[in-house]
Design a protein around this ligand. Structure first.
Ligand SMILES: [Zn+2]
Length: 193
C-alpha cells in the first residue's frame, strides 16, 4: 500500500491506483503495452464499464485501475465508497486519496468513524494544513488501535524529523524504539542542502 499523498494535487504521480496502469512496463513488450493501453482507454471512453469490470474480475490489473479512474473522473464517489466498504481495498485507498486531494477533512473524519484506517489519510491532510500536532494525534490513535501500526508509527517519526522535532525521536530511540533508532541513523547521515 502506498501512502504518499504529499505531491501537489494537480499531479497524479502519487496516486496508488489512479493513472497507474501504464506508469511502469508490465506487459513484456511495447506492443502489448500499447495494445492494453488502447483497449482500456477505448472501453473507458465509450462507457463499456461492464466489459472493463469483466476484464478486472478476470485479473486484468489495468482494467481494474480503469474502473476506478472512471468513478473518480465522473465524481461517482458514492460508488467508490460502496466498493471500499465492501472490502475492495484499491477503491478504499483511491477514495481516501481523493478526499485528501480535495481537502475534505469532514469526509475523512466521517470515514474514520467506521474505518479506523482513514486516520492515516486524515493525518496527511492535517499535515498539509499545517496542523502537525493533530496529525500526530491521529497517527497515535492508529498505533493505539493496532491498525496499520508499523506505517503509522513510521510516519509519525518521519513527521517529527521533518519538522525539527528530532528530540522527541531521540527520546523514543533512547527508550529502545527500533524504527526511531534506524531513522535517526539515516537522518544523521542525510545529505544536507
Ligand atoms: Zn495494461
Amino acid at each position: 500500500m502506498t501512502f504518499d499523498v504529499t505531491e501537489p494535487a494537480d499531479q497524479q504521480s502519487g496516486w496508488s491506483y489512479y493513472g497507474a496502469a501504464h506508469r511502469y512496463a508490465v506487459h513484456g513488450s511495447d506492443a502489448e503495452e500499447a495494445a492494453c493501453a488502447r483497449r482500456t482507454a477505448e472501453l473507458a471512453a465509450t462507457g463499456r464499464e461492464a466489459e472493463l469490470h469483466a476484464l478486472a474480475d478476470a485479473g486484468d490489473r489495468c482494467a481494474a485501475i480503469a474502473t476506478l479512474e472512471v468513478l473518480v473522473d465522473q465524481d461517482r464517489v458514492d460508488e467508490l465508497r460502496a466498493m471500499g466498504a465492501a472490502g475492495h481495498d484499491p477503491a478504499f485507498v483511491t477514495l481516501m486519496e481523493l478526499y485528501v486531494r480535495r481537502g475534505d477533512e469532514a469526509a475523512l473524519r466521517a470515514e474514520a468513524a467506521t474505518a479506523e484506517r482513514a486516520r492515516f489519510w486524515l493525518s496527511a491532510l492535517l499535515v498539509r494544513s499545517g496542523r502537525l500536532d493533530e496529525a500526530l494525534d491521529e497517527l497515535r490513535r492508529l498505533v493505539a488501535a493496532g491498525v496499520d501500526t508499523h506505517a503509522a508509527h513510521g510516519k509519525m517519526l518521519d513527521l517529527l524529523l521533518e519538522h525539527g522535532r528530532e528530540d522527541e525521536v531521540r527520546a523514543l530511540a533512547a527508550a529502545g524504539d527500533r524504527p526511531a533508532i534506524r531513522r535517526l541513523n539515516f537522518w544523521q547521515h542525510r545529505d544536507r542542502p
